[in-house]
Design a protein around this ligand. Structure first.
Ligand code: HEC
Length: 130
């Protein structure tokens, strides 16, 4: 019986260790067509950019931010950032295929919209619709 309890302790600590290394889990439920992108995002990007790309408690910026809307940061720029990386972000070329990157971008665009991100206009919009 002693042997068994050591085994149980070992298994428990391995499970605890593994779960502390796993990327943060998504908290948002997305429509089916964005699920694949969400999965790839969580496999590759979430460790640095945070669950749901919000960048909370991580060293990388949250991507659900007006700064990264397509008007300010195009799909192509995201693609280049992923493939080439930057000073602070390692290239993810070996981790994702082009179709996976496309799905990730689709998922990020959906999440930005769902979060109500809008581009701040320099000039106030005077189209008063009331
Ligand atoms: C190892 C950590 C790490 C991983 C993995 C990672 N990033 Fe980053 N990312 C960073 C850091 C750090 C920055 C800030 C880089 C900078 O300021 O140059 C960044 C910046 C960015 C930017 C903004 C660049 C800018 O100029 O503002 C985008 C977009 C981005 N990452 C997308 C992604 C996507 C999508 C993935 C997954 C395919 C990903 N990153 C994976 C660490 C990471």
């Amino acid at each position: 019986m002693k042997g068994l309890s050591i085994e149980v302790t070992l298994i428990t600590s391995v499970v605890v260790f593994m779960s502390s290394c796993a990327p943060p889990q998504p908290t948002k439920i997305v429509p089916a067509e964005f699920k694949a992108g969400q999965n790839y995002y969580h496999r590759v990007c979430a460790n640095c950019h945070g669950a749901d790309a919000l960048g909370k408690q991580t060293r990388a910026p949250g991507l659900i931010d007006p700064e990264y809307l397509s008007e300010n940061f195009s799909d192509e720029e995201i693609y280049i950032q992923i493939i080439e990386g930057s000073d602070k972000m390692p290239s993810q070329r070996s981790k994702v295929s082009d179709p996976e990157v496309a799905e990730i971008i689709k998922y990020l665009r959906y999440s930005q919209k769902a979060a109500g991100n809008i581009v701040e206009e320099d000039e106030p919009d005077d189209g008063d619709e009331e």
